[in-house]
Design a protein around this ligand. Structure first.
Ligand SMILES: Cc1cc2nc3c(=O)[nH]c(=O)nc-3n(C[C@H](O)[C@H](O)[C@H](O)COP(=O)(O)OP(=O)(O)OC[C@H]3O[C@@H](n4cnc5c(N)ncnc54)[C@H](O)[C@@H]3O)c2cc1C
Length: 369
């Protein structure tokens, strides 16, 4: 069933952290927007750690109370075995901003969407973007679910659709993959209680990330390159072997059951330019970060906030606003790349390893940045 065109000032594709941060910022600036989200209700996504230095941003967005809900946990530091066999401990206690947060991600997305819904603006849940055309001074988008096709018209469109950058793909704007890292993720129960901190440990074929999410349950992720991913039937053996090879994690994480695993891209990628005529990209759609940085959610919220203000300014006649947004996010991405390369270069224990010899192969060299 098709219906008449519906209009709004700004159309936002994606109801994740970036899309909702953009929508609440635009609403605060008096701009009428409309969010389209592919899932009818939030789904469980990977990524839960918010570092202490994200707190001022949460306050700025007016969402600091959301993360204080009992479903989210605080964490006080990171343990990392990287570059040597020693375990390094970083305690946030001494950090000016205190602890970080381990989010119940599903609940966080639910909270964010409820916040947007409280603004009484349009929210098409369970609708997917099918087509978008930039037509002189307007955007015409087609969205659909199983039973309905709707045409939406707006002055501007925001790509907040995550890593795949769906809007940009429709507009023929390329996203460049800087590497082919993948994550294998699963949840498991441990026999004993574990401290509220994140553990990271490198192995010959990649690295482990372990975060507690319930009393004795953890989220575990192993990061490796696409070519090193095992076949489905060898997955459990591969993961158990990688765990056995760790110096420290193998002491506390033993005899675990690995049932269902999810495999997903988890490398760095970026758009050549994060805006164009009548469109702008925020969050993972613009820049996707290696999870070693714990920067994805913070960046999604920050780019939604600054992107939202840039679009509001632009619609109010400030032509340079989008270019200023580009300058800010590009510089943040460059700073991230410097840190990322320096961090991977610290690991020199496995000179013969495919993972470590190819990890930075496609990145620009430090000196070229
Ligand atoms: C394995 C892994 C671990 C991670 N760990 C961390 C971590 O510890 N800390 C951290 O900060 N970050 C982490 N991240 C990154 C973090 O999860 C992302 O950066 C964050 O989700 C980006 O938010 P976003 O709103 O840009 O995109 P998303 O959260 O992906 O939201 C995009 C939304 O758009 C919707 N959508 C997509 N296409 C369409 C379409 N065509 N039509 C309508 N809707 C559409 C999707 O359904 C989705 O809800 C991790 C990522 C991975 C893969």
């Amino acid at each position: 069933m098709a219906n008449d065109k519906q209009t709004c000032q700004v159309l936002i594709i994606g109801g994740g952290p970036a899309g909702i941060a953009t929508a609440i910022t635009l609403h605060a600036r008096g701009i009428r927007c409309c969010v389209v989200e592919a899932h009818a209700s939030p789904v469980r996504k990977s990524g839960e750690a918010i570092p202490p230095n994200a707190k001022p941003l949460l306050k700025q967005l007016g969402i600091e109370t959301l993360v204080q809900h009992e479903k989210h946990k605080v964490y006080y530091g990171n343990k990392s075995c990287w570059g040597s066999n020693q375990l390094e401990q970083k305690e946030f206690i001494s950090d000016r901003l205190g602890h970080g947060f381990l989010l119940d991600r599903l609940y966080f997305e639910t909270q964010l969407q409820a916040l947007y819904q409280a603004t009484n603006q349009d929210f098409y849940k369970g609708f997917k973007l099918k087509k978008v055309v930039s037509d002189n001074d307007k955007i015409v988008a087609t969205i659909e679910n199983d039973s309905e096709t709707i045409t939406l018209q707006s002055q501007f469109i925001i790509d907040a659709s995550g890593r795949k950058a769906s809007v940009c793909r429709h507009l023929d704007v390329q996203k460049e993959n800087l590497d082919s890292q993948f994550a294998i993720t699963f949840n498991t129960k441990l026999s004993g209680k574990i401290p509220h901190e994140i553990s990271v440990e490198a192995t010959e074929n990649g690295w482990w990330y372990v975060a507690p999410f319930a009393k004795n349950e953890v989220t575990m992720m192993f990061f490796t390159l696409k070519v090193l991913l095992p076949a489905k039937e060898n997955m459990e053996t591969f993961l158990q072997n990688e765990l056995q090879q760790t110096v420290h994690l193998s002491k506390t994480i033993q005899n675990i059951k690995i049932d269902t695993v999810k495999i997903m891209p988890a490398g760095t990628s970026c758009l050549q330019i994060p805006y164009g005529k009548n469109w702008l990209a925020v969050g993972d759609a613009a820049y996707s970060f290696d999870p070693i940085s714990s920067y994805g959610i913070t960046s999604a919220l920050a780019s939604g906030f600054y992107g939202g203000h840039a679009v509001a300014d632009y619609l109010n006649g400030k032509d340079e606003a989008l270019n200023v947004y580009r300058y800010v996010v590009e510089n943040a991405f460059q700073a991230y790349l410097h840190k990322l390369i320096a961090h991977y270069e610290l690991e020199k224990r496995w000179e013969e390893s495919y993972y470590w010899t190819h990890r930075l192969a496609v990145f620009p060299s430090e000196t070229a940045l």
